[in-house]
Write a protein that binds this ligand. Sequence first.
Ligand SMILES: O=P(O)(O)OC[C@H]1O[C@](O)(COP(=O)(O)O)[C@@H](O)[C@@H]1O
Ligand SMILES: [Mg+2]
Ligand SMILES: [Mg+2]
Length: 332
Amino acid sequence: MQRKNQTLGEFIIENQKDFPYASGELSRLINSIRLAAKMVNHEVNKAGLVDITGAVGETNIQGEDQQKLDVLANETFINTLTNREIVCGIASEENDEFITIKGQKNDHRNSYVVLMDPLDGSSNIDVNVSVGTIFSIYRRVTPAGTPVTLEDFLQPGNLQVAAGYIIYGTSTMLVYTTGNGVNGFTLNPALGTYYLSHPNMKFPEDGHIYSVNEGNYIHFPQGIKDYIKYCQEEKEDRPYTSRYIGSLVSDIHRNMIKGGVYLYPSTSKSPNGKLRLLYECNPMAFITEQAGGKASDGYRRILDIKPTNLHERTPFVCGSKNMVEKVESFME
Ligand SMILES: O=P(O)(O)OC[C@H]1O[C@](O)(COP(=O)(O)O)[C@@H](O)[C@@H]1O
Ligand SMILES: [Mg+2]
Ligand SMILES: [Mg+2]
């Protein structure tokens, strides 16, 4: 049930019954993510004032220079989820391996695993452009009471029980789904409370925005090159508008509100593109589909891809249903 300006806490409790395994565990998990996001938001907002911009001088398993805020956000989410005893395992963009959470009684009794991109859009941190956090939640497949295994994390996206993102932008929002539609909550920084500001978010079936890093154009597959040319043609309701923030969360959030398509294709340099299937594409695809949009790798539904490793990448086409289908028609 939705009421405008309902708080996130009320919404979670009042909608818990819609969830098949309604034991309160998932509600406590979403509440913990809400808390950790507030702590990260506090740090992001003062990025220019205190020494949390710039790199830490380490590279992560992706070969990327870890930013101080990547590490801070990663530690904040891992500590909050660990201390609140609600997950049995965590996988993160910033950690080579998954983390096993035994629980205070060392009994591995919790039911959920979380996969996350603690800070999305790292290249935008130092230039005061919006960034985000992305999370994906599954029920474990191995028996409770035993340590989690890689199998618990390598589940296809269509088995996600919940997914969401936080956007640290002109305002801070938490947008999530548990498979019953998508709702967005805006943080009132004065009160530290999230309020339901965007009930039942819907991706317009069509749009006039395309989001892609055209700097990679010459390395794109011919189908993508043809689609970009199609967007730029002076014909019918085109040319479309090119908008690319360089933070996946922010680009998809904008396109969900205004209508549009986001593309991070394969390139001749990186045949699987750049984005990570498990903690970027799967959660954003689940949210997009729950909002009536579509997400594929240009050919296959993202949520049906069977993952084979924790940090695997995939080409990504995501957004307004008719626009994604148009891209796919150019890829055929
Ligand atoms: O600079 P590029 O190659 O266009 O890549 C931008 C994309 O990379 C990302 O920054 C990757 O995410 P991280 O910042 O979490 O590594 C996306 O948010 C964004 O859409
Ligand atoms: Mg990311
Ligand atoms: Mg990241």
